[in-house]
Design a protein around this ligand. Structure first.
Ligand code: PHB
Length: 392
C-alpha cells in the first residue's frame, strides 16, 4: 500500500532552484516536499558554473541559508576581456558599484541541502518512478523513495524545478506552450586543472582561434573553457592539445598561462530556450525547466534563483486566496529579467565566439564591438550592470 499524504507544495527537482524555493516557502510558513532522482553525492560532484550575482549572494545570506559564501567565496570586482593580444579590465565597482562572487554552484547546493536538513525540510533524493497527474485541478505526485516505499502526495501546487530535460514541462501540451529557442554553431570544452590562477580575475578571450575563458575554483584548481564544435569528440583533445590551444588563444602582452594537470574534461552544449507559459493550471516551471542560456554570461543559476524569489512571494498569496490565477503574476514578473538575461547571454556569446562560417568582416565587426566596450565607460557599463545583475 502506498503512503498517502497531503502538502501545499510539491517540488520536483532538488537542484538549487527547488531547494531554495522549499527553503523560502518554509520561512513563509508553507510546507513542501522536494523529490529528486539523483543522489545528493551525484549533484555535489557535478561541475557547474561558479559566478553568483550580488542579489543571489544576498538571498543566501539574508534568507538564512548560510553565510559560507562570504567566508569561502571570492568577491570579484571586475573581469578582463582579452582580444588582439591585449587585456582590458572591466571595473564593475567603478562602473556600477557592484561585484560578483566566485562560489561554485555545487557549494550553493550543499549549503541549501544542509539548511533544509537543519530546518527539518522534507527532501527525498534517489527517488524513482516520479509521475504527476491532474495538474490542472487536483495535482497528485507519485514516487518511490530510496527505500522502495511508494508515495502518493496530494498537493495544491506542483513546481517543476527539474532542469533542462524537465519531466514536468512535458505535462504542458505542446500546443499550449509559448516556446522560443535558438541554437549556436559552437560548444565549450571545459576542463578542471590543478594549477595556480593565471590572473586575479576571470578572463574572457576573443582570438582568431576562437573563444577561451579562464575561471577559477580554488588557489590550486582552475576551471577553463575553449570554444569547440557541438559534435566535438573529446578523444581528439589530448591534454597537450588543450594546453597548446589555451596558450595560443590567450597569448600576447606577455600573458603567461599557468598550466598543470587536467583532472576532468567535458563538452558543454549551447542553447537558448524560453517557454513563456511558466504556469499551466496548478503547475509552475522554474529555472532551467522554463528557460536555458548559453554559459557565456554565467547566468543560469542566478536566473533560477531570481525565479524562485518571485515565486516565494506569489505562491503564499495564491494559496491564501485559493485563486490559482494569482500564479500568473509569476511569469509576468519573471519574464522581464528572463529576456534581459537571454539577450545578454546571446550578446556575450555572439561577440566572443568565432562563427564557423564567419568571414573576415564578421571578425573585424566583433573587434569593433569589443573596442566600443573597452574604450568607453558608457560602452562597458552595460556589460558591468548585466554581469553583476540588475536590481530588479
Ligand atoms: C565557471 O567558473 O564555471 C564559469 C565562469 C564564468 C562563465 C561560465 C562558467 O561565464
Amino acid at each position: 500500500m502506498p503512503i498517502e499524504s497531503r502538502i501545499p507544495v510539491a517540488i520536483v527537482g532538488a537542484g538549487p532552484a527547488g531547494l531554495m524555493l522549499s527553503h523560502l516557502l518554509a520561512r513563509r510558513g508553507i510546507e513542501s516536499v522536494v523529490v529528486e532522482i539523483r543522489s545528493r553525492h551525484e549533484i555535489e560532484t557535478t561541475n557547474r558554473a561558479g559566478v553568483l550575482e550580488q542579489g543571489a549572494v544576498r538571498m543566501l545570506v539574508d534568507e538564512g541559508v548560510s553565510d559560507r559564501v562570504l567566508r569561502e567565496g571570492h568577491e570579484h570586482e571586475g573581469i578582463a576581456l582579452r582580444f588582439g593580444g591585449h587585456g582590458y579590465r572591466i571595473d564593475f565597482r567603478r562602473l556600477v558599484d557592484a561585484a560578483v562572487w566566485l562560489y561554485p554552484q555545487q557549494q550553493v547546493f550543499t549549503d541549501l541541502a544542509d539548511a533544509r536538513a537543519r530546518d527539518g525540510g522534507d527532501v527525498r533524493f534517489e527517488v524513482t518512478d516520479v509521475s504527476v497527474e491532474d495538474h490542472l485541478t487536483s495535482p497528485t505526485l507519485r514516487f518511490t523513495d530510496a527505500d522502495g516505499e511508494q508515495h502518493v502526495v496530494r498537493a495544491d501546487i506542483i513546481v517543476g524545478a527539474d532542469g533542462s530535460h524537465s519531466y514536468c514541462r512535458g505535462l504542458v501540451p505542446p500546443a499550449e506552450r509559448r516556446e522560443y529557442f535558438t541554437t549556436y554553431p559552437y560548444a565549450w570544452l571545459g576542463i578542471l586543472a590543478e594549477a595556480p590562477p593565471s590572473a586575479d580575475e576571470l578572463v574572457y578571450v576573443h582570438s582568431d582561434r576562437g573563444f577561451a575563458l579562464l575561471s577559477q575554483r580554488t588557489p590550486t584548481v582552475q576551471r577553463m573553457y575553449l570554444q569547440c564544435t557541438p559534435d566535438e569528440d573529446l578523444a581528439q583533445w589530448p591534454d597537450d592539445r588543450i594546453w597548446e590551444e589555451l596558450i595560443a588563444r590567450t597569448a600576447g602582452d606577455g600573458f603567461a598561462l599557468a598550466t598543470g594537470t587536467i583532472t576532468e574534461k567535458s563538452i558543454l552544449p549551447f542553447r537558448s530556450y524560453v517557454d513563456e507559459t511558466m504556469r499551466h493550471g496548478r503547475l509552475v516551471l522554474v529555472g532551467d525547466a522554463a528557460h536555458t542560456v548559453p554559459p557565456t554570461g554565467a547566468k543560469g543559476l542566478n536566473l533560477a534563483l531570481a525565479d524562485v524569489g518571485i515565486l516565494a512571494d506569489v505562491i503564499p498569496r495564491a494559496l491564501a486566496s485559493g485563486d490559482m490565477d494569482v500564479l500568473d503574476e509569476y511569469a509576468e514578473r519573471a519574464l522581464d529579467r528572463i529576456w534581459k538575461v537571454e539577450s545578454f547571454s546571446y550578446w556575450m556569446t555572439q561577440m566572443l565566439h568565432l562563427r564557423p562560417d564567419g568571414d573576415a568582416f564578421d571578425v573585424h565587426r566583433q573587434v569593433g564591438e569589443l573596442r566600443r566596450i573597452v574604450t568607453s565607460d558608457r560602452g562597458s557599463a552595460y556589460l558591468a550592470e548585466a554581469y553583476t545583475g540588475w536590481a530588479t
